[in-house]
Design a protein around this ligand. Sequence first.
Ligand code: CDM
Ligand code: ATP
Length: 288
Amino acid sequence: MKLSMKAPAKINLSLDVLGKRPDGFHEVEMIMTTIDLSDRIELEDRYDGKIYVSSHNRYVPDDQRNLAYQAAQLLKERFKVSRGVTITITKIIPVAAGLAGGSSDAAATLKGLNRLWNLGLSVDQLAEIGAEIGSDVSFCVYGGTALATGRGEVIQHIDHPPKCWVVLAKPELGVSTAEVYRNLNLKNIEHPDVHGMVDALKEKDYDKMCNLVGNVLETVTLNLYPEVSQIKEQMIKFGADAVLMSGSGPTVFGLVQYDSRMQRVYNGLKGFCDKVYAVRIIGERVVD
Ligand SMILES: C[C@](O)(CO)[C@H](O)COP(=O)(O)OP(=O)(O)OC[C@H]1O[C@@H](n2ccc(N)nc2=O)[C@H](O)[C@@H]1O
Ligand SMILES: Nc1ncnc2c1ncn2[C@@H]1O[C@H](COP(=O)(O)OP(=O)(O)OP(=O)(O)O)[C@@H](O)[C@H]1O
C-alpha cells in the first residue's frame, strides 16, 4: 500500500526565549502557524522490514540522519513493527531555513505510518513521540496555529491569523539552529509581546498582529549573516505590512494584506534573492 502526505512549513509570528534549561535547551514561548508551502511525503509499505528514504536534494541526508527516517525508526522500534517503508520526499520547503521543513517531514511520516501500519495512535500520542525527534515536530503533527512553550513541544491551540499573504525570501545560506541559540545573549533580550499576539489573533486584528511580530533570535542571525538584514530592508522598502525572520532563520517573511501589494513585494524580492515564494497562511488545523 502507498500513502501520500502533505508536510507544510511553519513561520513564527512571535518567538521569545525565557532562559536556558538544565538540559541545555532553551525555554521558549512562541506562536507558530502553518503556511501553504509543503513538501510531499510518499510512504510505501515494504515487507523486508527495512527503512529507505530518498529526497533527491543534495542538502538532505538519505539515511538515518533524515528526520523522516528517524520518525519511521522510532515507530518501528517502539511498536515492534515487522514491516518497513520506503519514504520518498519531494522537497519544496527550503532546507535549514527556519521553516521546520525536516520537522514537518517527520510529522507527516508519523501520521502516515500510523495509518499504514494500523497503529491506532491518537494525534496527542503522535505529537508526544514527535517531541523525541525535535522540538518543532509536535507542532507540525498538529499544524494550525499554536502557542508553543517548554522547549517548543508544549502545544496550546489558539486562533488562526486573519487572511493575508506571506512573502518568503530565503538567502543562499543555511543556518544551524544550535549555533543561533548558542550565540543568544540572554542578558540582552528585548522580549516580544507573545500574549498580545495571542489577543491580536483572537480579535482578528490584522494591524495589531503586524505591530506585534517579534523574534529574539533575529538579532543573533542578523549579526552572524548581515545579508539577512538587507533582505529585511528590501521587504520593508517594497511595502510589506510586517517583516520578520522565521525561527532561527535565515528566511525572512513579509505579511501583506492585498494582492497588488503582494505582487510588488514578490517581484521586488525576486530580483534580489534566489528563493522567493508568495503563499497563504493556512493557520487552521487540517485533520488528515
Ligand atoms: C527555532 C525554532 O525552529 C523555532 O520554531 C525551534 O526553536 C527549533 O526547533 P528544532 O529545529 O526542532 O530544534 P531541535 O532539533 O530540537 O534542536 C536543535 C538545537 O537547537 C537548540 N535548541 C532548540 C530548541 C530549544 N527550545 N532550545 C534550544 O537550545 C539546541 O541546541 C538543539 O540541539
Ligand atoms: N527531511 C529533511 N528535510 C530537510 N532537512 C533535513 C531532513 N532531515 C534531516 N535534515 C537535516 O536537518 C537540517 C535542518 O533542516 P530543516 O530544513 O529542518 O531546518 P529548519 O527549517 O531550520 O528547521 P527548524 O525551523 O525546525 O529549526 C538540514 O541541514 C538537514 O541536514
